[in-house]
Design a protein. Structure first.
Length: 117
């Protein structure tokens, strides 16, 4: 199983980016899709998650600015990021997990987002 994250880059404050994460070698079923980020010198934190049933959860810091989505047919997940600030700078990781049997957790390799102020 591989998760390939893409879409990071350098953007000015106030701009937008759309991250993508493509999964191969697995079919989504009763899974939770998530985006996490790690800023320099900080621990990795949850940004947004969405269940296969469509229930979303966002970190307070991104609520209203970021939108997570998943496409089961394409085995992909996305993170639309708007109104970016320098606080959003970091490496963004996608995660695919399942809490019921068969359980699993997979991480993508990360994509760097840099927001210049």
């Amino acid at each position: 199983v591989q998760l390939q994250a893409s879409g990071g880059g350098l953007v000015q404050a106030g701009g937008s980016l759309r991250l993508s994460c493509a999964a191969s070698g697995i079919r989504f079923s009763a899974a939770t899709f998530g985006w996490y980020r790690q800023a320099p010198g900080k621990q990795r934190e949850m940004v947004a998650t969405v269940t296969s049933g469509g229930r979303t959860n966002y970190a307070d810091s991104v609520e209203g600015r970021f939108t997570i989505s998943a496409d089961n047919r394409k085995s992909a997940m996305y993170l639309q990021m708007n109104s970016l600030t320098s606080e959003d700078t970091g490496v963004y990781y996608c995660k695919l997990s399942r809490a019921t049997t068969p359980t699993y957790t997979y991480w993508g390799q990360g994509t760097l987002v840099t927001v210049s102020s």
